[in-house]
Design a binder for this molecule. Sequence first.
Ligand code: C2E
Ligand code: CA
Ligand code: CA
Length: 636
Amino acid sequence: MHKLFARQIAKTTKPTGEVDIAALGELVIEAYTQADRDRRRTDRSIGLMIEELDQLNRGLEQLVEERTTALRERENELQEQNLRFNAALQNMSQALLLFDGAHKLSICNQRYIEMYGLSTEVVKPGCTFRTLLEHRKERGNFPDDVEQYLTNHRAAMARGQIYSRIVELSDGRTIVVVNHPMATGGWVSTHEDITERRRAEKQIAHMARHDALTNLANRVQFQERLAQALAEIPRGERLAVLYLGLDQFKSVNDTLGHNMGDELLKIVAGRLRNTVRDIDTVARLAGDEFAIIQVNLERPTDTANLARRIGEAIRAPVDLAGQTIVTDASIGIAIAPADGTATSDIMKNADMALHGAKAEGRGSYRFFEPEMDARMKRRRELEQALRRALAVGEFELHFQPIVNVADNHITSCEALIRWNHPERGMIPPAEFIPIAEEIGLIVQLGEWVLRTACADAVHWPDDTKVAVNLSPIQVMNKSLVPMVVSALAATGLPATRLDIEITESVLMQNTDTTINALHQLRELGVSISMDDFGTGYSSLSCLHKFPFDKIKIDRSFISGLPESADSIAIVRAVAGLAKNLNMITTAEGVETQQQLDQIRMLGCTEMQGYLFSRPCRAEDLLKLFPSRYEMRALSA
Ligand code: C2E
Ligand code: CA
Ligand code: CA
């Protein structure tokens, strides 16, 4: 202030050195006014500052409140999460432990306590890892050495590595233990009981390599074993593969049902297992196909002996639900290295030998021969030729009369198919019908037979029926009834003049639909005959299933006449039964007068056979019918 005052005095000092008091007074007043203004300005800005601070404060208070609410919410959430975590921890299927950096237990779920049967007195937060392991050892649930385990575990944790082990407990359980290191120096440890999973895996692995029905090796395992055996076969030694097919298995399956078929397969499997040595392998490859690997062959006769022993074992009668079944097996044999050294070659050749054995008839065994290869090729050619034959019309129908034994009158004629092959001549049906059935051509072929037979029969006397053989596959076919109706309509043959011959195997397959179809045919007026009676396993029970019009007694019984007492008894019984059931009986394959006399005496009503006529062409058949004139005379 004194500087300002000095300046004011200097300003108001006149040149004479005298101070102008009035001017000075003005200057001082001005200075005071200025100072007053300054103070007021300062006061104002202080007021503003206070207001601002106030506002800031209020904002802060609000923020604090907001934060507090958020924190409280977060805390609730945390609590809830904690509850959830606890629930999860206690309910998980794995045992879970958490250790802190001091190797002391911080968390442990109930599952862990239960898994090893531990005491919660010992296993609780704060318990050391060592104490815990020792406690488990004490309870018999720690198979390893505690010290060793601790050392390994510690080393892994220190390296920050996961330390996992599979523990086999003395009670048979398998536990997977995984220790997961954490940044704190502690670790999380999980224990999972994988006993069930292991068992299931083993089961699946077993199933993949075994046949479910018989528990024998399946094809997969058989091939593996064979490949291994072939690879290990010592120089100068040999091994044999025997392929085995049950004879007539299909017929057991068809006539007695699949359950019985399965039973039979199990019995056969057991017998095979008992026939071979432990070092050999028995497998079921498919259906009724079995295979054996015979290793360490010592003598050349070893395999033939085994094949014979297998044959004997299988031929022993089997009791199936009260029925005695006798089966037999055909066996094909390939020898390594002579017949090949690759699995595929040995299997193919053994299979071919099996086909050879089957062709030879029941219960035989055959070794592979190179010519079999050629024979298989011929069969494939036959398949192709069959398809072509139908297209170009190489089939013919021959007819064989069936005669009433009382008056020698022809009651019907059976249509029998022939293949007139351009090079091989007349081929009998037994050679190609099974192939046609296998390749599905039988439906078309059968339709041709039916139409042709009906068309021919129109030219015969009105009281002569035509008998047509139907294979099981045709009868199962949904279009059987429409096909028959259309054949009758197209040819104009009355339904009452058509007779359908089926074998018992037809009734065993898909029974309901089959029997329905047969009933529908019967309603149309078609008659149904049971063919080859007595050759299957349940001919008698078939008579229950469907009301047949006729029983055709198989040729095998007639050929036993007149000597065989068994044949006589059977023919008499069947004829008697048929008479009571109001059915016709036809004796098949009557070749001699003696046989004719006898079947007539035994009660058969009809005969069919070479004695009266062999099957003949349609035009030759017409000559066997009496002329119109004679017929008129007969009826007069
Ligand atoms: P099957 O139905 O038992 O036919 C009777 C067979 O016995 C015929 O043989 C016939 O020629 C033969 N035969 C007749 N009388 C005598 C005799 O006195 N002595 C001897 N030893 N044999 C006699 P074929 O013609 O070789 O027929 C064989 C089988 O082929 C037939 O047996 C039948 O099951 C089947 N077959 C024939 N034609 C057809 C057809 O069109 N469709 C179907 N699905 N099968 C047919
Ligand atoms: Ca027949
Ligand atoms: Ca027959």
